[in-house]
Design a protein around this ligand. Structure first.
Ligand SMILES: [Zn+2]
Ligand SMILES: [Zn+2]
Length: 143
């Protein structure tokens, strides 16, 4: 996890005022990639004590809007957040426990998938959700 000074530098770099909730949320997302809002609220409360859900929602939306955090919405799952932004990577989702891991782009730059028909859109992003069973769930099934 980046040091607090590094997190503060990132906030200032994105023209966001440095506040304790913002630093705590950014730290939680860096430390727990693909965490959902509920877990992030828990982590921030461990760090700062009582913080309202709405405050955490507001911070997540500010950080996402500023491009410091990426929001992903896997179909059938609640929104997740991660600090790995700007590289258009994909995700593999476990069908059983919901675990999520990163999958690098096939070609490195966004979008790494060429649409067979772009319908005239200027496409700049493509996201694939791979589904299956994670290693732990596969092991549990076969034992
Ligand atoms: Zn699993
Ligand atoms: Zn990711």
């Amino acid at each position: 996890m980046p040091a607090t000074t590094e997190l503060e530098r990132m906030l200032r770099g994105a023209a966001l005022r440095v506040t304790r909730p913002r630093v705590a949320v950014l730290a939680a997302v860096h430390d727990h990639p693909h965490a959902d809002t509920h877990s992030i609220i828990g982590l921030v409360r461990e760090d700062l004590g009582e913080v309202s859900q709405q405050a955490v929602y507001d911070v997540l939306s500010a950080l996402t809007g500023a491009g410091l955090v990426r929001r992903i919405d896997p179909p059938g799952s609640v929104a997740r957040y991660e600090s790995r932004v700007g590289d258009n990577h994909h995700h593999v989702v476990c069908r059983s426990c919901g675990a999520i891991a990163d999958v690098d782009c096939a070609l490195g730059t966004a979008p790494c998938l060429t649409a067979s028909d772009d319908h005239g859109f200027a496409i700049d992003e493509a996201e694939v959700v791979y589904r299956g069973l994670c290693a732990e769930c596969s092991a549990a099934r076969s034992s």
